[in-house]
Design a protein around this ligand. Structure first.
Ligand SMILES: [Fe+2]
Length: 477
């Protein structure tokens, strides 16, 4: 029997036989929400449970089944949303163009030699609210450091970072009420300062940084209402073609970190941000030790800034993929970025068209047995047509107590088996805010925990089916 390598990165890998996948163009299907919007004017988020979250310093994984949802609204400073993600790379022009084409994110702004920045070349891609920034240094000997558009930029840090990690996320930026007060509140509660707050040239925008994990930083950005990015950046008119580059990706849902040990990192981040545990699961939850990871998700008050963290688990048959990441990344770092699509079918069709011509490739799709069971797992939320579309595009489906998650993972995006991208769409949990505006509750549908066991079961079922076929053939031969 020939076999192909199957892997739901970062969770597990298996070998299985699978038929070739076929990709056609399909008509657009919009996910209709079967869950009615419910008024939450009297029910603020997190009041599902009256149990208080464990106090800081009481870190202990209880696993998914025993985990009780609670939102203590314990943020130490006002957090608005994810602002941008900055990648440090050897050459920003080429990296930015690859991501632009692969994800459907036009180049919207730049700061480089052409705009008077002799310290670093930075290019900003944007799709909806999602902003990706790519930065590479110019030779320090030719640079005026005061011309840097990002005042926290450091030649020596960049050089050490890229030689150690390759292409990786340097900064996860969140928009806060005030970068000054967020930074001082954080540092007073144990955050390791990386860059003190700096007021930018517009007199309104401010930036500060504290240590996140590994060599990644948590960047605080505060800006006025009209602040479209950072003042030193120049808007780029990238032409009609580039303006139409849009595959439906709209915002960052979660930024996941891989760390050697969860406990110190979770304690460190909880203590200075005040973020609470939104969800967690351990290797045992998955019904198998093969996943090789424990996971905790930290969330802000609104639960739309989500920081999942993974640690490797040892003693399993296969080496933990988290451990593989840590070795190839030379330490902790951002493992994946989950991007929300407004229409995951459209996004996947567009991305798959470009997989082998400059875009991103995806992990192998699950076997047909996975999709045969999907009707009973999600038939009340997805139509038959939508389930069929999921199968054609290799999309995975999972649910939690609140909603449904559609997800798919790319292969690692760079040279090393480290960072990758997840595309998701969440269904359900529609709420009304005080002004009557409908919004979707953060993290609705979870993070894909259920796909561990579902994929294992479907792969086992598929292998049995194939074995039966081979036995049948041998018997008739
Ligand atoms: Fe994820």
């Amino acid at each position: 029997m020939t076999s192909i390598h199957f892997s739901l990165s970062p969770f597990f890998s298996l070998n299985l036989n699978a038929p070739p996948r076929h990709h056609h163009h399909h008509r657009r299907l919009t996910l209709t929400l079967k869950v009615q919007a419910t008024s939450s004017t009297t029910q603020t988020m997190g009041q599902e449970s009256t149990n208080a979250a464990p106090a800081h310093g009481e870190f202990k994984l209880v696993g998914y089944k025993n985990f009780v949802r609670a939102n203590p609204n314990s943020d130490r400073f006002p957090v608005h949303r994810f602002h941008h993600v900055e990648f440090w790379c050897g050459d920003a022009t080429n990296t930015a163009r690859r991501f632009s084409w692969g994800l459907g994110m036009p180049l919207v702004a730049k700061s480089d030699l052409s705009t008077g920045n002799s310290a670093h070349a930075s290019y900003l891609l944007r799709s909806g609210e999602l902003s990706f920034l790519f930065t590479a240094p110019y030779p320090p000997s030719l640079s005026d450091p005061s011309s840097a558009a990002i005042p926290t930029f450091s030649f020596s840090a960049h050089r050490a970072f890229t030689s150690s990690h390759g292409l990786a996320v340097r900064a996860v930026a969140i928009q806060v009420e005030s970068a000054f007060s967020a930074h001082s509140a954080s540092v007073s509660r144990g955050a390791k300062p990386v860059s003190p707050p700096v007021l930018l040239s517009d007199g309104k925008t401010a930036i500060a940084e504290v240590h996140l994990y590994g060599d990644a930083v948590l960047r605080y950005v505060s800006c006025g209402d009209d602040g479209w990015f950072l003042p030193e950046f120049e808007a780029v008119d990238s032409g009609i073609y580039c303006q139409e580059l849009d595959y439906g990706i709209r915002r960052l849902d979660h930024a996941v970190g891989n760390v050697p040990k969860l406990e110190p990192v979770v304690d460190y981040l909880k203590k200075f941000t005040g973020f609470h545990e939104f969800a967690e699961f351990t290797a045992e939850d998955v019904g198998t030790a093969e996943s090789g990871l424990n996971s905790v998700v930290l969330a802000n008050n609104n639960e739309d800034v989500l920081f999942p963290l993974n640690e490797p688990v040892f003693g399993t048959k296969r080496k933990s993929q988290i451990q593989t990441y840590l070795e190839h990344n030379e330490g902790a770092g951002v493992q994946h970025l989950a991007l929300v699509s407004e229409d995951i079918f459209r996004t996947l069709r567009e991305m798959r068209k470009r997989s082998l011509v400059g875009g991103f490739e995806f992990m192998p799709s699950p076997p047909p047995t996975y999709y045969r069971k999907l009707k009973s797992r999600a038939g009340d939320v997805l139509s038959d047509e939508q389930i069929e579309e999921c199968e054609k595009l290799g999309i995975l489906v999972d649910r939690d107590d609140q909603g449904t998650l559609l997800q798919i993972f790319t292969k690692p995006v760079g040279d090393r088996p480290t960072m990758f991208i997840e595309i998701i769409q969440r269904i359900g949990c529609m709420m009304k805010d005080k002004e009557g505006k409908i919004y979707q509750k953060g993290g609705c549908g979870g993070f894909g925990k259920g796909n561990f066991s579902e994929l294992f079961k479907s792969i086992e079922g598929y292998e049995k089916m194939l074995e039966a076929k081979v036995v049948g053939k041998t018997a008739t031969a």
